[in-house]
Write a protein that binds this ligand. Structure first.
Ligand code: TYD
Ligand code: MG
Length: 453
C-alpha cells in the first residue's frame, strides 16, 4: 500500500496526512481511520486563499498609517453578564466559541442573547443539533420569539456559507459546530478534521463579511476537550460555561479573548424560564459564610470583578501515619508554605496535624493575597476559636513572617464594605484609607485574635 503517483492517505479523525496507509493514526491513535486523500474542496486548509494560486505573486507591503480603521460599534445584548465577559459586547467580524458540557445551557443562553441582539441586528441561528420544533418549544418556554431572529436547521457548511454571503446578517450562531460538516470532506461530523475545516471556513466568512459568529462546541461526555482545544488558536474568543451546583449557578468564563480581558466571569442561574443573570453573586457567597472556627473571608479579582470567598480550614491531630494535606480550590504549595511559616514563628505543631483547606462554593483562588486568610483559618481551627463574624483578610505573608500588601486590594475592600463587612485585616503598609481595618505587620500579631491560647 505504499504511496504511488503522489497519493497520500488522510486520517478521517484528525486529518493527519501520511505518505502510506497506516493501521493506527500516530496523531490521534484512531485505528483504521486512513483513506486515500483525494478530497479537494475550496475551503480545505491546504487550498487557503492565496496559497494554491498566485503562489509567486509579489505582494505590496504597506505602512500602518495608510490603513483606515473604522471605530467598531460592539454588539451589545443588554445581558450584562454576557456583555462584560465578551469584553463589552461582541466585536463585529469576530468568531467566538461557547463551550461546555452537554446540557449545561449553551443553547438556552445563546437563544436569550440572540433574541436580545435581534432587536437591533439581523441574527441567523443555525440549529444543526436540534429540529426547529425543538428550538421553538425552547423559545416559547423562555419567551424569546423576536421576529428578526431567523432559524434554520441546516448543517451543511457550504449552504450556511452561501446563505450568509448572500444575506450578510450581522450575527450568525452555529449550534453546534460538531454537527456541521463539509459535504465533500470524507470524515464524520464532529471529528477533529471536520471541526477544524468548518471553523476555518467560518472564520473567513466572519473576517471577509464582518459578520460576528458564535459557535457552540461540546466537551464530550468523557470530558474530552479536543474539539474546543482544536479551535482555540483559530478563533477570537473562547468562553466556557460551567455548572456550580451549589446555587444552581452557571459560570461563564473567558478563556481567550482577543477583544477583552480573560478571566472575566459571568454568573447565570438556570430557572424554569431559561437563564437568568445573577449580578449579585457576592450576596450568595456572603450569605453562606459562617462564623465558625476555621472560616475566614477573602477576596479574589476575577478579571475586573471582585469575588468574596470563604476559606475554610480544619486542623486536627494526626491519629496515625503521615499527616494529611487535603487542599481544594487553593494552591497546594501555598497552604503548605503558610503552615510552615506559622509553625516556625508561632511554634505551633501543625506538622503533627492533618490539614484540610477549601474554598467554599467550589471556586478557585491561586493568588498570594490569600496567605493571610489561610493563616487565620488554620489558626482559628487549630485553637478552635472563631474570628469576629464576617472578617475579611487580605495580605501576602513573606518567608520571614512579615505581612505584605496586595495589589488591587481597593476594589476588593470596597466590595466588602458594600456588603457591610467592616472587620478587615490588612497589611500595615497597604495603601488606602480604611478606618475600620486592623493593620498587621507580622504573623506574631495573629495570636492576638485567639485570646484563649
Ligand atoms: P441546553 O441549553 O439545551 O444545553 P446545551 O445546549 O448546553 O446542551 O439546556 C438543557 C438543559 O437546561 C436541560 O437539562 C433543561 C434545562 N432547561 C431549564 O432548566 N430551563 C429552561 O428554561 C430551559 C430552556 C432548559
Ligand atoms: Mg445545545
Amino acid at each position: 500500500m505504499a504511496a504511488k503517483n503522489n497519493i497520500t492517505f488522510k486520517c478521517t479523525g484528525c486529518a493527519y496526512i501520511a505518505p502510506k496507509w497506516l493501521g493506527c493514526c500516530p496523531s490521534c491513535n484512531e485505528w483504521n481511520s486512513f483513506s486515500e486523500n483525494n478530497a479537494q474542496h475550496t475551503f480545505s486548509p491546504s487550498s487557503k486563499k492565496g496559497l494554491s494560486s498566485n503562489r509567486n505573486e509579489i505582494v505590496e507591503l504597506v505602512s500602518l498609517d495608510t490603513i483606515i480603521t473604522s471605530q467598531q460599534e460592539r454588539l451589545i445584548s443588554g445581558i450584562n453578564e454576557w456583555d462584560s465577559v465578551v469584553g463589552g459586547g461582541i466585536m463585529p467580524g469576530s468568531l467566538l466559541v461557547l463551550t461546555g458540557d452537554p446540557g449545561i445551557g449553551k443553547s438556552t443562553l445563546l437563544l436569550h442573547i440572540a433574541n436580545k441582539l435581534a432587536m437591533h441586528n439581523r441574527v441567523f441561528y443555525f440549529s444543526s443539533e436540534e429540529s426547529l420544533e425543538q428550538v421553538k418549544s425552547r423559545a416559547m418556554r423562555i419567551k424569546t420569539m423576536h421576529t428578526n431572529l431567523l432559524f434554520s436547521d441546516q448543517a451543511t457548511i457550504e449552504s450556511i456559507l452561501a446563505t450568509c454571503q448572500a444575506s450578510k446578517p450581522d450575527i450568525v450562531i452555529i449550534d453546534s459546530i460538531q454537527n456541521c460538516f463539509f459535504s465533500e470532506t470524507h470524515s464524520f461530523p464532529g471529528t477533529i478534521a471536520q471541526i477544524r475545516e468548518t471553523s476555518f471556513a467560518l472564520m473567513r466568512l466572519a473576517k471577509e463579511h464582518r459578520i460576528a459568529i458564535i459557535i457552540t462546541c461540546h466537551i464530550t461526555k468523557e470530558g474530552f476537550m479536543a474539539g474546543p482545544k482544536t479551535l482555540e488558536h483559530m478563533v477570537d474568543g473562547v468562553f466556557y460555561l460551567q455548572c456550580e451546583d451549589r446555587w444552581n449557578t452557571r459560570i461563564l468564563r473567558s478563556i481567550k479573548n482577543r477583544f477583552g480581558t480573560i478571566n472575566e466571569l459571568g454568573f447565570f442561574s438556570m430557572t424554569a424560564e431559561g437563564m437568568e443573570e445573577v449580578s449579585h453573586i457576592n450576596s450568595y457567597l456572603i450569605d453562606e459564610s459562617s462564623d465558625a472556627p476555621g472560616a475566614v473571608l477573602m477576596s479574589t479579582l476575577e478579571g475586573s470583578r471582585p469575588l468574596l470567598l470563604e476559606v475554610q480550614a480544619l486542623v486536627i491531630p494526626t491519629k496515625f501515619g503521615i499527616p494529611q494535606r487535603v487542599i481544594t480550590g487553593l494552591d497546594h504549595k501555598r497552604v503548605i508554605l503558610v503552615a510552615a511559616i506559622l509553625e516556625k514563628y508561632l511554634h505551633i505543631k501543625l506538622s503533627a496535624h492533618d490539614i484540610f483547606v477549601k474554598i467554599a462554593g467550589g471556586l478557585k483562588m491561586q493568588e498570594s493575597s490569600s496567605d493571610l486568610a489561610i493563616a487565620l483559618a488554620l489558626l482559628s481551627s487549630y485553637f478552635q476559636q472563631p474570628l469576629a463574624p464576617k472578617t475579611i483578610a487580605l495580605g501576602e505573608i513573606s518567608l520571614t513572617g512579615m505581612i505584605k500588601p496586595v495589589k488591587a486590594a481597593e476594589v476588593s475592600l470596597k466590595e466588602a464594605q458594600k456588603f457591610g463587612i467592616h472587620n478587615m485585616l490588612i497589611a500595615h503598609s497597604q495603601n488606602g484609607s480604611y478606618p475600620s481595618a486592623k493593620r498587621l505587620k507580622n504573623v506574631y500579631q495573629l495570636l492576638e485574635f485567639f485570646p484563649h491560647t
